[in-house]
Design a protein around this ligand. Structure first.
Ligand SMILES: Cc1cc2nc3c(=O)[nH]c(=O)nc-3n(C[C@H](O)[C@H](O)[C@H](O)COP(=O)(O)O)c2cc1C
Length: 430
């Protein structure tokens, strides 16, 4: 199933194995632009008419997170990429050119992190020089909770209280998205994607645990969805129909199994079915390329989804959306194929397995074993300031077949989800 062609808006894909957006914190430390290593990373994941989605790319300094929350990023430095300067646009154009050279398609995920962006970014010379507003805004002046309730990411700092955006100022933030999308078009991207998921700014408007506004952007589900729709409409206007994707992470309904109450970055929602139902229904008919939904079974990245394979939970949104529906979160090659066969999704975005297997579509097609990913190197630069380990050193199957030494273990595709013997104690997980 995964190798059948399909269409998402104006994008025609030869297969259904998509690179999920993956923040890697390997931007150039001064310019917050992609580097030649970034271009090589995306290029080696490109396949003929296969879709890659970029890491979250910041639309403005205001919305740029400093990921000091991750030990590795804190220790080694490590920044996320942006798309508000000419330099950033030019380096993204290099990334796109490499992907296109291999016949691939690439969508640029646009992010404003809202209250997750912390004041530290104001000290970055590029940000300080921009004169642009920093930091940190949200739907309401409610800080990210500092305890475990923040979600999955072990936030261990006291987060700043964000400034609630004025009603009239929301249009300026929408324009920041539009300006970044215009740059994405100039850089040659095939599509842009609104990161409306995982507790970032759009989700901070959607969720009533954060959004306490009393103006037209708060209160009812319809009002809380207004910001999302305004961003989407601006981007469709800027980029064209069939070239805008959206990512949402619908929360499980109350009582809905083990992930009930799970909220990314503390963005809780008391009426998830009404809110995300309204959002998805409203996105139908807006000329999108695709809608990417996070399965709520992904309760964080620290744990492994692989010891358990609970059923898919976004089924109700299938009927509400008229376009291409992509799923992400905890999929293996067999479970992705089954999800498509069952009609739950049109395509599946793989995160960790694609991170670790640059030739994932071909590996799945040929049934070859997969490289097992190393969590320790997901984010940030190496100890010597280089992008590796964990960025460009995952070998393709061709390289393995030629005898290139690999630091990574291999696992058979049909053994994923079965507990793997750990290197040391025999009980670890993939
Ligand atoms: C290192 C890492 C970085 C991520 N960064 C992003 C991101 O920038 N934007 C986003 O929407 N999701 C991000 N995610 C979530 C992934 O897109 C995906 O939903 C998640 O990895 C679960 O899918 P998987 O089980 O196939 O890995 C990230 C996940 C990981 C592991």
């Amino acid at each position: 199933m995964l190798h059948l062609p399909f269409r998402a808006g104006r994008l025609r894909m030869a297969h259904r194995i998509v690179l999920a957006p993956l923040t890697r914190c390997r931007a150039h430390p001064d310019t917050l632009a992609p580097t030649p290593a970034t271009a090589a990373y995306y290029r080696e994941r490109a396949s003929d008419s296969g879709l890659l989605v970029t890491e979250a790319v910041q639309v403005s300094p205001e919305g740029t997170p400093v990921w000091s929350i991750y030990d590795r990023v804190r220790v080694n430095g490590g920044h996320v990429t942006g798309l508000w300067t000419d330099e950033q646009e030019g380096r993204w154009a290099d990334v796109v050119a490499g992907v296109h050279d291999r016949g691939g398609l690439i969508s640029c995920q646009l992010l404003h992190a809202g209250r997750i962006a912390q004041p530290g970014i104001a000290d970055h010379p590029l940000v300080a020089a921009s004169g642009l507003p920093v930091p940190t805004v949200s739907s309401s002046a409610i800080a990210l909770p500092a305890d475990g309730a923040a979600g999955d990411y072990g936030w261990d700092d006291t987060a700043a209280v964000p400034r609630a955006l004025d009603t009239d100022e929301v249009a300026r933030v929408v324009d920041d998205y539009r300006a970044a999308a215009a740059r994405a078009v100039r850089a040659g991207f095939d599509a842009v994607e609104v990161h409306g998921a995982h507790g970032y700014l759009v989700d901070q408007f959607l969720c009533d645990g954060v959004n306490r506004r009393t103006d037209r952007y708060g209160g009812s589900a319809a009002n809380r969805c207004r910001f999302l729709f305004e961003v989407v409409d601006a981007l469709v206007d800027e980029v064209g129909e069939g070239r805008v994707g959206v990512r949402l992470s619908p929360q499980p309904a109350p009582g809905d199994g083990p992930h009930d109450g799970h909220a990314f970055f503390g963005a809780t929602c008391t009426d998830p079915e009404a809110t995300y139902g309204h959002a998805v229904e409203g996105l139908a008919g807006r000329g999108l390329a695709y809608l990417l939904l996070t399965e709520p079974r992904v309760a964080g990245l620290a744990g492994g989804p692989l010891d358990e394979m609970p059923p898919l939970r976004n089924g109700r949104y299938r009927d509400l959306f008229d376009g291409a529906l992509l799923g992400a979160g905890g999929f293996t090659p067999p479970s992705a194929s089954a999800a498509i066969e069952a009609g739950a999704y049109d395509a599946v975005a793989f995160g960790r397995w694609f991170l670790a297997n640059p030739d994932l579509p071909e590996r799945i097609r040929t049934g070859r074993p997969l490289n097992v990913y190393e969590r320790d190197t997901f984010y940030g630069l190496g100890p010597d300031g280089s992008a590796d380990p964990g960025y460009l050193d995952y070998p393709t199957w061709d390289a393995i077949a030629k005898g290139v030494a690999s630091p990574y273990r291999l696992i058979d595709q049909d053994r994923i989800g079965v507990r793997l013997p750990d290197r040391t104690d025999g009980g670890g997980r993939t």
